[in-house]
Design a binder for this molecule. Structure first.
Ligand SMILES: Cc1ncc(C[n+]2csc(CCOP(=O)(O)OP(=O)(O)O)c2C)c(N)n1
Ligand code: SF4
Length: 283
């Protein structure tokens, strides 16, 4: 266990950037641990990893890790990541975003990046709220739940992120939770290995704002809720509909192949490249 912890700590910018901004008990740190272990298990050289984010508590993650990192502007991480990946397709590009950053202000980038099928792994930490700015409702706040901007209950439906990504064209889609951390580690690994746009939705908790407003209790209580409401997708196939009421699925939701954008782009470039001998002859 100590060896694993030491490995994980070796990826942190512990001396320069700590203490971190996260509240004690927040799920974002658990997700970070799972992501680091996934990268370590895959034996990726940390110089070949680029971690890119927007703005939010979840989007602070790249600040704390010793990869190539970019902490960009709210909602635009996927646009920056697309540029990085096209400039250097050898990099493993991992985007960290939140339900606000990735689906509200960044929703347009999200659907089009899914559709483009560029080889980027997006890890979307879904805590059903805007944590960083104090608990405003987000595109994943459930119907009738409270936010500081929804004091009488949110009257909009929440996005099903995995269905959205699948229908927009993502080639790998999975959902995990910060409670089921071993599964999360495996899903992140699978997502990183996938050639094409991969999404891992991570169900997490913001006990400080969402939990307090909605009387959902401590961080531990909110993680117990994750434990009690998540059903592995294989198990769900054998259960009657009444057992699935109010539950959500975890595991790999979708895994298909489609031509990857950088490779397609290279084909277009190759089509118009003049061979060196021809260009010399023209001089
Ligand atoms: C252009 C712009 N608009 C609004 C903000 C304010 N803002 C910062 S973080 C954030 C929401 C973050 O929510 P989410 O992505 O769900 O992350 P969390 O903090 O919950 O992890 C907002 C609205 C901003 N920084 N920039
Ligand atoms: S405000 Fe919420 S999301 Fe942000 S660090 Fe605290 S618990 Fe986590």
């Amino acid at each position: 266990m100590e060896i694993i912890a030491a490995e994980t700590h070796s990826y942190l910018r512990a001396k320069k950037k700590f203490p971190n901004v996260w509240c004690a008990g927040c799920g974002i740190g658990i997700a970070l641990g799972a992501i680091i272990r996934a990268i370590d298990n895959l034996k990726l050289d940390r110089n070949d990893v680029a971690m890119i984010s927007g703005i939010g508590c979840s989007s602070r993650m790249p600040v704390y890790v010793d990869f190539n990192t970019l902490h960009t502007t709210h909602g635009r991480a996927l646009a920056f990541a697309t540029g990085v990946k096209l400039a250097n397709p050898k990099l493993k590009v991992i985007v960290i975003t939140g339900d606000g950053d990735g689906l509200a202000i960044g929703g347009n980038h999200f659907i089009h990046t899914c559709r483009r099928n560029i080889d980027i792994t997006t890890i979307l930490i879904n805590n059903s709220t805007y944590g960083m700015t104090g608990g405003q409702y987000s595109p994943t706040t459930p119907f009738m739940k409270l936010g500081t901007t929804a004091p009488y209950g949110n009257r909009e439906r929440d996005f099903d992120i995995c269905s959205l990504a699948k229908s927009a064209g993502a080639t790998f889609v999975a959902r995990g939770t910060v409670y089921h951390v071993t599964l999360l580690e495996k899903l992140v690994q699978q997502a990183i290995l996938k050639k094409g746009f991969s999404l891992v939705e991570v169900i997490s908790h913001c006990h400080t704002f969402y939990g307090r407003l909605n009387k959902e209790g401590t961080a531990v209580k909110m993680m117990e809720w994750q434990k009690e409401h998540a059903i592995p997708i294989q198990a769900a196939a054998k259960l009657p509909p009444e057992k699935l009421k109010d539950k959500f699925l975890i595991g790999t939701m979708w895994d298909v192949d489609f031509p990857e954008y950088c490779e397609e782009y290279d084909k277009v470039i190759a089509q118009f490249q003049v061979p060196p001998e021809d260009s010399e002859g023209k001089k």
